[in-house]
Design a protein around this ligand. Structure first.
Ligand SMILES: [Zn+2]
Length: 380
Protein backbone atom coordinates (compact mmCIF):
# COMPACT_ATOMS: atom_id res chain seq x y z
CA UNK A 1 0.00 0.00 0.00
CA UNK A 2 2.84 2.41 0.81
CA UNK A 3 4.22 1.89 -2.65
CA UNK A 4 0.91 2.95 -4.08
CA UNK A 5 1.26 6.36 -2.50
CA UNK A 6 4.19 7.01 -4.80
CA UNK A 7 1.91 6.48 -7.74
CA UNK A 8 -0.27 9.36 -6.67
CA UNK A 9 1.05 12.20 -8.71
CA UNK A 10 -0.52 15.61 -8.96
CA UNK A 11 0.30 17.00 -12.35
CA UNK A 12 -1.43 20.32 -12.59
CA UNK A 13 -3.07 22.77 -10.27
CA UNK A 14 -5.19 25.69 -11.40
CA UNK A 15 -7.11 27.50 -8.71
CA UNK A 16 -9.83 30.12 -8.81
CA UNK A 17 -10.05 32.94 -6.32
CA UNK A 18 -13.00 31.63 -4.28
CA UNK A 19 -11.67 28.07 -4.21
CA UNK A 20 -14.47 26.83 -6.46
CA UNK A 21 -13.36 25.00 -9.56
CA UNK A 22 -9.90 23.96 -8.40
CA UNK A 23 -8.68 21.32 -10.83
CA UNK A 24 -6.04 18.70 -10.36
CA UNK A 25 -4.89 15.90 -12.63
CA UNK A 26 -4.28 12.64 -10.81
CA UNK A 27 -2.37 9.81 -12.43
CA UNK A 28 -4.29 6.54 -12.54
CA UNK A 29 -2.63 4.02 -10.18
CA UNK A 30 -1.19 0.66 -11.14
CA UNK A 31 -1.28 -1.15 -7.81
CA UNK A 32 -4.44 -3.04 -8.72
CA UNK A 33 -6.04 -5.29 -6.14
CA UNK A 34 -8.98 -6.82 -7.96
CA UNK A 35 -12.32 -7.45 -6.29
CA UNK A 36 -12.18 -10.12 -3.64
CA UNK A 37 -15.64 -10.01 -2.06
CA UNK A 38 -15.95 -10.82 1.61
CA UNK A 39 -18.63 -13.38 2.43
CA UNK A 40 -22.04 -12.56 3.84
CA UNK A 41 -22.61 -13.40 7.46
CA UNK A 42 -25.44 -15.79 8.21
CA UNK A 43 -25.66 -14.42 11.75
CA UNK A 44 -27.80 -11.42 12.53
CA UNK A 45 -26.46 -10.86 16.01
CA UNK A 46 -23.15 -9.12 16.58
CA UNK A 47 -20.98 -9.04 19.70
CA UNK A 48 -18.62 -6.16 18.89
CA UNK A 49 -19.04 -3.14 16.61
CA UNK A 50 -16.31 -1.13 14.88
CA UNK A 51 -17.60 2.07 13.29
CA UNK A 52 -15.10 3.63 10.85
CA UNK A 53 -15.80 7.24 9.89
CA UNK A 54 -14.05 8.92 6.99
CA UNK A 55 -14.92 12.51 7.87
CA UNK A 56 -15.83 14.37 4.68
CA UNK A 57 -15.58 11.19 2.59
CA UNK A 58 -18.18 11.33 -0.16
CA UNK A 59 -18.63 8.74 -2.91
CA UNK A 60 -16.30 10.67 -5.24
CA UNK A 61 -13.51 10.75 -2.65
CA UNK A 62 -13.78 6.96 -2.50
CA UNK A 63 -13.70 6.71 -6.31
CA UNK A 64 -10.71 9.00 -6.64
CA UNK A 65 -8.80 7.01 -4.01
CA UNK A 66 -9.64 3.76 -5.78
CA UNK A 67 -8.56 5.08 -9.20
CA UNK A 68 -5.39 6.77 -7.98
CA UNK A 69 -4.24 3.72 -6.05
CA UNK A 70 -5.00 0.97 -8.55
CA UNK A 71 -7.13 2.09 -11.49
CA UNK A 72 -10.57 1.00 -12.57
CA UNK A 73 -10.21 -2.67 -11.57
CA UNK A 74 -8.92 -1.86 -8.11
CA UNK A 75 -11.04 -2.38 -5.00
CA UNK A 76 -10.44 -0.68 -1.67
CA UNK A 77 -10.68 -2.97 1.37
CA UNK A 78 -14.20 -1.89 2.30
CA UNK A 79 -15.43 -2.01 -1.30
CA UNK A 80 -15.30 -5.78 -0.85
CA UNK A 81 -17.87 -5.67 1.95
CA UNK A 82 -20.97 -7.70 1.05
CA UNK A 83 -23.52 -5.06 2.09
CA UNK A 84 -23.76 -1.42 1.04
CA UNK A 85 -26.31 1.30 1.62
CA UNK A 86 -26.91 4.98 1.03
CA UNK A 87 -27.20 7.45 3.89
CA UNK A 88 -29.04 10.78 3.95
CA UNK A 89 -27.44 13.12 6.39
CA UNK A 90 -29.33 16.44 6.70
CA UNK A 91 -29.33 17.86 10.22
CA UNK A 92 -32.35 19.03 12.23
CA UNK A 93 -32.30 22.51 10.75
CA UNK A 94 -30.19 22.31 7.60
CA UNK A 95 -29.73 20.20 4.48
CA UNK A 96 -26.01 20.70 5.03
CA UNK A 97 -24.88 18.87 8.16
CA UNK A 98 -21.73 19.43 10.16
CA UNK A 99 -19.80 16.65 11.92
CA UNK A 100 -21.41 17.38 15.30
CA UNK A 101 -25.00 16.88 14.12
CA UNK A 102 -24.06 13.84 12.01
CA UNK A 103 -22.13 12.18 14.85
CA UNK A 104 -25.03 12.91 17.22
CA UNK A 105 -27.31 11.07 14.77
CA UNK A 106 -25.15 7.90 14.95
CA UNK A 107 -24.54 8.27 18.68
CA UNK A 108 -28.15 8.92 19.76
CA UNK A 109 -30.49 8.20 16.84
CA UNK A 110 -31.79 11.79 16.89
CA UNK A 111 -31.19 14.61 14.40
CA UNK A 112 -30.00 17.81 16.03
CA UNK A 113 -28.80 21.31 15.18
CA UNK A 114 -25.36 21.78 13.59
CA UNK A 115 -22.76 22.34 16.28
CA UNK A 116 -24.70 20.42 18.96
CA UNK A 117 -23.27 17.28 20.56
CA UNK A 118 -25.66 14.62 21.88
CA UNK A 119 -28.28 17.17 22.94
CA UNK A 120 -31.42 17.66 20.86
CA UNK A 121 -32.46 20.82 19.01
CA UNK A 122 -34.01 22.05 22.31
CA UNK A 123 -30.65 21.41 24.02
CA UNK A 124 -32.02 18.48 26.01
CA UNK A 125 -29.63 15.67 27.02
CA UNK A 126 -29.71 12.61 24.76
CA UNK A 127 -28.26 9.33 26.04
CA UNK A 128 -25.62 8.09 23.62
CA UNK A 129 -24.78 4.59 22.43
CA UNK A 130 -21.68 4.36 24.63
CA UNK A 131 -23.73 5.13 27.76
CA UNK A 132 -26.54 2.79 26.73
CA UNK A 133 -24.17 -0.08 26.00
CA UNK A 134 -22.20 0.55 29.19
CA UNK A 135 -25.27 -0.37 31.26
CA UNK A 136 -25.40 -3.69 29.39
CA UNK A 137 -21.81 -4.71 30.04
CA UNK A 138 -20.06 -3.14 27.04
CA UNK A 139 -16.76 -1.29 26.82
CA UNK A 140 -16.13 1.54 24.34
CA UNK A 141 -13.19 3.20 22.65
CA UNK A 142 -12.50 6.16 20.35
CA UNK A 143 -9.73 6.90 17.86
CA UNK A 144 -9.34 10.12 15.83
CA UNK A 145 -6.60 11.90 13.90
CA UNK A 146 -8.08 15.24 15.01
CA UNK A 147 -8.16 16.28 18.65
CA UNK A 148 -10.17 13.69 20.55
CA UNK A 149 -12.45 16.56 21.65
CA UNK A 150 -13.36 17.30 18.01
CA UNK A 151 -17.00 16.95 16.95
CA UNK A 152 -17.11 13.34 15.72
CA UNK A 153 -15.52 11.60 18.70
CA UNK A 154 -17.05 14.10 21.16
CA UNK A 155 -20.64 13.10 20.28
CA UNK A 156 -19.90 9.72 21.87
CA UNK A 157 -19.24 11.14 25.36
CA UNK A 158 -20.09 14.88 25.52
CA UNK A 159 -23.50 16.54 25.89
CA UNK A 160 -23.21 20.21 25.00
CA UNK A 161 -24.75 22.66 22.54
CA UNK A 162 -21.42 24.13 21.41
CA UNK A 163 -18.83 21.85 19.79
CA UNK A 164 -16.14 24.53 20.15
CA UNK A 165 -16.10 24.44 23.98
CA UNK A 166 -13.34 21.86 23.83
CA UNK A 167 -12.04 22.38 27.39
CA UNK A 168 -15.48 21.52 28.76
CA UNK A 169 -15.70 18.64 26.29
CA UNK A 170 -12.31 17.34 27.52
CA UNK A 171 -13.66 17.28 31.10
CA UNK A 172 -16.62 15.27 29.88
CA UNK A 173 -14.25 12.71 28.33
CA UNK A 174 -12.38 12.33 31.63
CA UNK A 175 -15.69 11.68 33.39
CA UNK A 176 -17.13 9.45 30.65
CA UNK A 177 -17.57 5.71 30.14
CA UNK A 178 -14.90 5.61 27.39
CA UNK A 179 -12.23 3.02 28.22
CA UNK A 180 -9.66 4.06 25.63
CA UNK A 181 -9.44 7.32 23.68
CA UNK A 182 -6.52 8.00 21.31
CA UNK A 183 -5.96 11.12 19.22
CA UNK A 184 -4.82 14.72 19.66
CA UNK A 185 -6.00 17.67 21.77
CA UNK A 186 -3.62 17.77 24.79
CA UNK A 187 -4.08 21.54 25.15
CA UNK A 188 -7.72 21.09 26.15
CA UNK A 189 -7.07 18.73 29.07
CA UNK A 190 -6.38 19.36 32.71
CA UNK A 191 -5.90 16.09 34.59
CA UNK A 192 -6.34 15.81 38.30
CA UNK A 193 -3.58 13.63 39.81
CA UNK A 194 -6.17 11.95 42.05
CA UNK A 195 -7.72 10.10 39.12
CA UNK A 196 -5.68 6.93 39.51
CA UNK A 197 -7.78 4.69 37.31
CA UNK A 198 -6.97 6.84 34.29
CA UNK A 199 -3.62 6.40 32.54
CA UNK A 200 -2.61 9.32 30.29
CA UNK A 201 0.05 8.98 27.59
CA UNK A 202 1.56 11.57 25.25
CA UNK A 203 4.15 9.63 23.23
CA UNK A 204 3.60 7.10 20.50
CA UNK A 205 6.27 4.91 22.13
CA UNK A 206 3.81 4.45 25.01
CA UNK A 207 1.37 2.68 22.67
CA UNK A 208 2.34 -0.69 24.05
CA UNK A 209 -0.38 -3.30 24.43
CA UNK A 210 1.12 -5.06 27.44
CA UNK A 211 1.71 -1.83 29.31
CA UNK A 212 -1.68 -0.29 28.56
CA UNK A 213 -3.73 -3.35 29.43
CA UNK A 214 -2.69 -3.06 33.08
CA UNK A 215 -4.79 0.13 33.37
CA UNK A 216 -8.58 0.29 33.50
CA UNK A 217 -8.77 3.41 31.31
CA UNK A 218 -6.35 5.09 28.88
CA UNK A 219 -6.33 8.51 27.22
CA UNK A 220 -3.59 9.05 24.61
CA UNK A 221 -2.96 12.61 23.40
CA UNK A 222 -0.30 12.80 20.70
CA UNK A 223 -0.58 16.48 19.71
CA UNK A 224 -1.74 19.77 21.19
CA UNK A 225 -4.53 19.90 18.59
CA UNK A 226 -5.03 17.68 15.51
CA UNK A 227 -2.27 15.20 14.65
CA UNK A 228 0.41 16.85 12.52
CA UNK A 229 1.76 14.22 10.09
CA UNK A 230 4.98 16.18 9.65
CA UNK A 231 5.83 15.36 13.27
CA UNK A 232 5.28 11.62 12.69
CA UNK A 233 2.52 11.06 15.25
CA UNK A 234 0.98 7.59 15.52
CA UNK A 235 -1.13 6.73 12.48
CA UNK A 236 -4.84 6.01 12.60
CA UNK A 237 -3.83 2.43 11.79
CA UNK A 238 -1.55 2.14 14.84
CA UNK A 239 -4.09 3.74 17.20
CA UNK A 240 -6.87 1.50 15.84
CA UNK A 241 -4.78 -1.65 16.32
CA UNK A 242 -3.91 -0.65 19.89
CA UNK A 243 -7.53 0.23 20.73
CA UNK A 244 -8.80 -3.06 19.26
CA UNK A 245 -6.27 -5.06 21.22
CA UNK A 246 -7.03 -3.15 24.44
CA UNK A 247 -10.80 -3.54 24.07
CA UNK A 248 -10.58 -7.22 23.10
CA UNK A 249 -8.47 -8.00 26.19
CA UNK A 250 -10.53 -5.88 28.56
CA UNK A 251 -13.88 -7.16 27.34
CA UNK A 252 -13.10 -10.85 27.92
CA UNK A 253 -15.52 -10.83 30.87
CA UNK A 254 -17.91 -8.35 29.27
CA UNK A 255 -20.58 -8.57 26.59
CA UNK A 256 -18.42 -6.96 23.92
CA UNK A 257 -17.14 -3.58 22.79
CA UNK A 258 -17.90 -0.59 20.59
CA UNK A 259 -15.05 1.25 18.83
CA UNK A 260 -15.33 4.38 16.67
CA UNK A 261 -12.22 5.15 14.59
CA UNK A 262 -12.16 8.33 12.53
CA UNK A 263 -10.00 9.48 9.62
CA UNK A 264 -10.67 13.09 10.65
CA UNK A 265 -8.44 14.91 8.22
CA UNK A 266 -10.01 13.62 5.00
CA UNK A 267 -12.46 16.45 5.75
CA UNK A 268 -9.72 19.03 6.36
CA UNK A 269 -8.13 18.15 3.02
CA UNK A 270 -11.54 18.68 1.39
CA UNK A 271 -11.87 22.11 3.01
CA UNK A 272 -8.34 22.87 1.74
CA UNK A 273 -9.24 21.55 -1.74
CA UNK A 274 -6.05 19.51 -1.57
CA UNK A 275 -6.14 16.17 -3.40
CA UNK A 276 -2.67 15.03 -2.34
CA UNK A 277 -3.50 15.62 1.34
CA UNK A 278 -6.89 13.92 0.94
CA UNK A 279 -5.38 10.83 -0.67
CA UNK A 280 -2.62 10.41 1.90
CA UNK A 281 -5.17 10.65 4.73
CA UNK A 282 -7.37 8.22 2.84
CA UNK A 283 -4.61 5.59 2.65
CA UNK A 284 -4.20 5.62 6.46
CA UNK A 285 -7.98 5.37 6.80
CA UNK A 286 -8.17 2.42 4.46
CA UNK A 287 -5.29 0.65 6.21
CA UNK A 288 -7.19 1.10 9.47
CA UNK A 289 -10.27 -0.56 7.98
CA UNK A 290 -8.05 -3.44 6.81
CA UNK A 291 -6.84 -3.85 10.40
CA UNK A 292 -10.50 -4.05 11.44
CA UNK A 293 -11.13 -6.76 8.84
CA UNK A 294 -8.08 -8.72 10.03
CA UNK A 295 -9.29 -8.40 13.63
CA UNK A 296 -12.79 -9.59 12.76
CA UNK A 297 -11.41 -12.67 11.02
CA UNK A 298 -9.73 -13.68 14.30
CA UNK A 299 -12.57 -12.49 16.54
CA UNK A 300 -15.87 -13.84 15.35
CA UNK A 301 -18.89 -11.71 16.03
CA UNK A 302 -17.47 -8.33 15.00
CA UNK A 303 -19.64 -6.07 12.85
CA UNK A 304 -17.68 -3.50 10.82
CA UNK A 305 -19.31 -0.37 9.40
CA UNK A 306 -17.57 2.17 7.17
CA UNK A 307 -19.30 5.47 6.46
CA UNK A 308 -18.94 9.26 6.58
CA UNK A 309 -20.73 12.20 8.13
CA UNK A 310 -20.91 14.19 4.88
CA UNK A 311 -18.83 14.90 1.78
CA UNK A 312 -16.50 17.90 1.76
CA UNK A 313 -15.32 20.05 -1.13
CA UNK A 314 -17.90 19.26 -3.81
CA UNK A 315 -15.41 16.90 -5.44
CA UNK A 316 -16.31 15.82 -8.95
CA UNK A 317 -14.38 13.59 -11.30
CA UNK A 318 -14.32 14.68 -14.92
CA UNK A 319 -13.49 12.67 -18.03
CA UNK A 320 -9.85 11.52 -17.90
CA UNK A 321 -7.23 12.73 -20.31
CA UNK A 322 -5.16 9.67 -21.15
CA UNK A 323 -4.36 8.00 -17.85
CA UNK A 324 -4.91 11.18 -15.85
CA UNK A 325 -8.14 11.70 -13.93
CA UNK A 326 -9.36 15.28 -13.89
CA UNK A 327 -10.63 15.97 -10.39
CA UNK A 328 -12.32 19.21 -9.54
CA UNK A 329 -13.26 20.82 -6.22
CA UNK A 330 -16.31 23.04 -6.43
CA UNK A 331 -16.59 24.40 -2.89
CA UNK A 332 -14.54 24.78 0.28
CA UNK A 333 -17.56 23.71 2.36
CA UNK A 334 -19.50 20.52 2.93
CA UNK A 335 -21.73 19.51 0.04
CA UNK A 336 -25.01 17.62 -0.16
CA UNK A 337 -23.83 14.30 -1.66
CA UNK A 338 -25.48 11.26 -0.12
CA UNK A 339 -23.00 9.08 1.72
CA UNK A 340 -22.21 5.41 1.30
CA UNK A 341 -22.22 2.89 4.10
CA UNK A 342 -20.37 -0.43 3.81
CA UNK A 343 -21.08 -3.30 6.23
CA UNK A 344 -19.36 -6.61 6.99
CA UNK A 345 -19.92 -9.24 9.65
CA UNK A 346 -22.87 -10.38 11.75
CA UNK A 347 -25.77 -7.94 11.53
CA UNK A 348 -24.43 -6.36 8.34
CA UNK A 349 -27.59 -7.33 6.42
CA UNK A 350 -29.40 -4.63 8.39
CA UNK A 351 -27.43 -1.90 6.62
CA UNK A 352 -28.61 -2.30 3.04
CA UNK A 353 -30.84 0.16 1.21
CA UNK A 354 -31.42 3.87 1.68
CA UNK A 355 -31.44 5.13 5.26
CA UNK A 356 -31.30 8.24 7.36
CA UNK A 357 -28.10 8.70 9.39
CA UNK A 358 -30.18 8.27 12.58
CA UNK A 359 -31.05 4.73 11.46
CA UNK A 360 -27.39 3.74 11.77
CA UNK A 361 -27.87 4.06 15.55
CA UNK A 362 -31.12 2.05 15.43
CA UNK A 363 -29.61 -0.67 13.30
CA UNK A 364 -26.46 -1.02 15.44
CA UNK A 365 -28.65 -1.59 18.50
CA UNK A 366 -30.70 -4.10 16.51
CA UNK A 367 -27.53 -5.93 15.41
CA UNK A 368 -26.45 -6.16 19.06
CA UNK A 369 -29.95 -7.29 20.08
CA UNK A 370 -29.83 -4.44 22.58
CA UNK A 371 -33.39 -4.81 23.83
CA UNK A 372 -32.68 -8.38 24.95
CA UNK A 373 -29.32 -7.73 26.63
CA UNK A 374 -29.56 -8.01 30.39
CA UNK A 375 -28.42 -5.10 32.54
CA UNK A 376 -25.07 -6.04 33.85
CA UNK A 377 -21.93 -4.03 34.37
CA UNK A 378 -18.74 -5.23 32.89
CA UNK A 379 -16.26 -6.71 35.38
CA UNK A 380 -12.58 -6.65 34.50
ZN1 LIG B 1 -15.80 19.76 7.69
Amino acid sequence: MKKSLLLISILLLASCEDGAGVEEFVLMGLDTKAASPLGRSTKLKAKNVILFIGDGMGPNHVSLARLSIGGSEHRLSFENFPITGIVYNHSAESLSTDSAAAATAWATGIKTTNGFLSVDAERKFLPNIVELLNTKGYLSGLVATSSITHATPAAFYAHIHNRYKEKEIAKMLIESDISIALGGGAKFFDFSPSNESLHVIYKKESLDNNLLSSYPRVIGLFAEGGLDRKLAPPTQLKMTEIALNFLAKKSLNCKGFFLMSEGSQIDWAGHDNNVKYMLSEFVDFENSVQAGIDFSKENQGTLILVTADHATGGLILQKPIGSKIRSQWTTESHDLSPINIYAYGPGSELFSGVMNNTEIFDRILLALDYSNLDSKNCVN
